[in-house]
Design a protein around this ligand. Structure first.
Ligand code: GAR
Length: 197
């Protein structure tokens, strides 16, 4: 049975594009929805161009009412009946209730070698710490921020002269290799951590 996969984005959707492009042929999953909390997010047009249905739930009218925002999000998500949900640059923190409703089938890509640098500004923090290596992690989403089971990591070197933008670009190229590889394994039922790079 093909795994119906929804992808949640907030921005340019470059990871989403890599996931969608990989979900062909003998891949066990297929994209059924790209959902954004940001109207006009660059990834929406890319998803449409790839023939994937899109939806938007703007978080702003909900203010601090996270439960109401997530109810609207779930209405769109549930209509697509996803087996797997991939967060790909989705920049809203989800409540424990939302996460519990999708336990074991929601993935996220985070731009650091977790457990290092949960949260934001990961590239600047790796530079500040003088790390020789940096990278990205795909993990299961649990109520602990950036804390779920690690499904895969890709490493990149930190090079002399790097600033946060240069390092971010190198990490993002690694994200584009890692996330499709992890989703392919995960959707086939393989949750063993994958290490590349
Ligand atoms: C990615 O680099 C991803 O690691 C990061 O947002 C970017 C989205 O880019 N996610 C986080 O920081 C999550 N805390 P994209 O829209 O081009 O895929």
């Amino acid at each position: 049975m093909v795994k119906r996969t929804a992808i949640l984005i907030s921005g340019s959707g470059s990871n989403m594009v890599r996931l969608v492009r990989d979900m062909t042929g003998d891949h066990p999953a297929r994209p059924v929805l790209v959902l954004s909390n940001v109207p006009g997010a660059g990834g929406l047009a890319k998803a449409e161009a790839l023939g994937v249905p899109t939806a938007v739930v703007d978080h702003r009218p909900f203010g601090t009412d996270r439960a109401a925002f997530e109810a609207a999000l779930r209405a769109k998500l549930d209509a697509a009946r996803p087996d797997i949900i991939c967060l790909a640059g989705f920049m809203r923190i989800l409540t424990a209730e939302f996460i519990a409703a999708h336990a074991g089938r929601m993935l996220n890509i985070h731009p650091s070698l977790l457990p290092k640098y949960r949260g934001l500004n990961t590239h600047a923090r790796a530079l500040e710490a003088g790390d020789a290596q940096h990278g990205c992690t795909v993990h299961e989403v649990t109520a602990e921020l950036d804390g779920g089971k690690i499904l895969g990591q890709a490493r990149v070197p930190v090079l002399p002269g790097d600033d946060a933008a240069a390092l971010a670009a190198r990490v993002q190229a690694a994200e584009h290799r890692l996330y499709p590889a992890v989703l392919r394994r995960f959707s086939a039922g393989d949750r063993r951590p994958l290490n590349i790079g």
